[in-house]
Write a protein that binds this ligand. Structure first.
Ligand code: SAM
Length: 447
């Protein structure tokens, strides 16, 4: 067997793609190694969403260049969003790279690697291609939780975002292929899936006949042995009453909703081309909370979008307080090549972005902690996923609302069980609890 080392940057979709690449290459006699030093093939799966993500990749490629000087036989490949965005430019900046390929070429990875080895010259494959559901099993050991990409691409064209260029237009996988993949994962011990799409709530409208995420919840929910379904990322523009009802009615769908707001200012939202106002967004939050009162809400926010004034930023702060998010991801605006916002003339200075970033983090942390405190004394369902990180005498898992809970339950519950745990303490990043009841459905996965 040859040795493959995978380095993955960016979002869950990249993690999913890396797993598939490892699975495909395993069928061609490549086994995974954690060690760069012993690898025959190193693949770097990249993210282009912000400039900082790209800087990290080029710095890593610099290190790999040194490794290659010591071991010229090792092959280095770049895949993912940077490959799709920068194409041949990557090999010009990093000549040590042997192979560059975008997501449409993942299914052909074994041929591309063989071609680069055979020809001994750099190979580039960043063209468009048909959407393929890769059926190779993920290469890592059986896992309790798995990602499942249900659609590729995005057609929203937010003015800050490079995804329509890197991931192409929206294309959904057939529901049967998704259900088959989930069945396979569950057979390997998976208990929770997260359905992935850049705009996952637009799922299915491009299929013939068209379908939607609500119908997919039903189909995936029927897979016996699966305990939980999550999904991300939704766009407020496509959030329908039917989907809200499905979150309430399909029992395995968790009460957890990631709904990127980006800004609380209508003026900024308009310049971002988001297609909704702050008031419309609040209407969706009300509808979600009316349907599922206990729902956890998380969001993405950008600070320092071109032209963002103090008043615009204050509107974002006000929205955080008003919605009372359980979790917030804050990003400093980063100009991306080829996007309309990158050429807007009123760019915000880095120092202002840094200041707003810090201020927003302060507020979001306080608000999220207050939300967490509401859990004190509640009994929550925990999917046990292993030992607690800081105390091996305790078990750890996540609630349906995606909070980490550590509790003493060893010997009574096993990894993969759904345990009932009473929350006894609320800490900044986790909860502590006491086991109330061992699971009725004891599925022991630690075979
Ligand atoms: N498709 C989703 C949406 O826009 O609703 C999110 C996808 S993106 C991979 C994750 C987050 O990165 C976005 O929600 C946004 O907050 C952030 N982001 C995207 N482009 C950015 C940029 N140019 N600068 C800073 N943050 C950015």
């Amino acid at each position: 067997m040859a040795k493959l080392h995978l380095i993955t940057y960016g979002c869950q979709m990249n993690e999913y793609d890396s797993e598939r690449v490892a699975g495909l290459l395993r069928e061609h006699r490549y086994e995974l190694t954690d060690s760069e030093a012993e690898a025959d093939l190193i693949l770097v799966n990249t993210c282009a969403i912000r400039e900082k993500a790209e800087d990290k990749v080029f710095s890593k490629l610099g290190e790999l260049g040194k490794l290659k000087r010591q071991r010229p036989g090792v092959m280095v490949g770049v895949m993912g969003c940077m490959a799709q965005l920068h194409k041949g430019e990557i090999q010009r900046r990093a000549p040590q790279v042997d192979l560059v390929f975008g997501s449409p070429a993942i299914a052909r990875v074994a041929d591309l690697v063989a071609q680069a080895r055979r020809e001994g010259r750099p190979v580039l494959d960043t063209g468009e291609g048909p959407l393929v559901k890769i059926t190779a099993k993920p290469a890592s050991a059986s896992r309790l939780k798995a990602y499942v990409t249900v659609m590729e691409g995005c057609e929203k064209h937010c003015t800050f975002c490079v995804v329509p260029t890197t991931r192409g237009r929206e294309r959904s996988h057939a529901p049967e292929a998704i259900v088959a993949e989930v069945r396979g994962l569950v057979a390997e011990g998976c208990r929770e899936v997260t359905l992935l799409g850049q705009t996952v709530n637009a799922y299915g409208r491009d299929l013939t006949p068209p379908t939607d995420l609500a119908a997919l919840f039903e189909a995936v929910g029927d897979v016996h042995g699966l305990a939980r379904i999550r999904f991300t990322t939704s766009n407020p523009y496509n959030l329908t009453p039917r989907l809200i009802a499905a979150v309430r009615e399909v029992p395995k769908v968790c009460e957890w909703f990631h709904l990127p707001l980006q800004s609380g200012s209508d003026r900024v939202l308009h310049r971002m081309n988001r297609g909704y106002t702050a008031a419309q967004y609040l209407g969706l939050v009300e509808a979600l909370r009316a349907a599922v009162p206990d729902i956890s809400l998380s969001t993405d926010l950008i600070v320092g979008f071109p032209g963002e004034t103090d008043a615009d930023f204050a509107a974002t702060l006000a929205m955080v307080e008003r919605v009372a998010y359980d979790n917030v991801f804050v990003f400093r605006y980063s100009p991306r090549p080829g996007t309309p916002a990158a050429t807007m003339t009123d760019q915000v200075p880095a120092a202002v972005k840094a200041e707003r970033n810090a201020r927003l983090l302060e507020v979001t942390t306080r608000v999220a902690h207050a939300r967490s405190r509401r859990r004190l004394g509640e009994t929550v369902e925990v999917l046990v996923d292993g030992l607690a990180r800081k105390n091996a005498g305790e078990l750890s898992g996540r609630t349906r609302c995606n909070r980490i809970v550590n509790f003493d339950g060893q010997g009574r519950v096993a990894v993969g069980d759904l345990a009932q745990v009473r929350v006894t303490e609320v800490l900044p990043h986790s909860l502590r609890g006491a086991l109330v009841a061992a699971p009725e459905e004891a599925v022991c996965l630690s075979r």
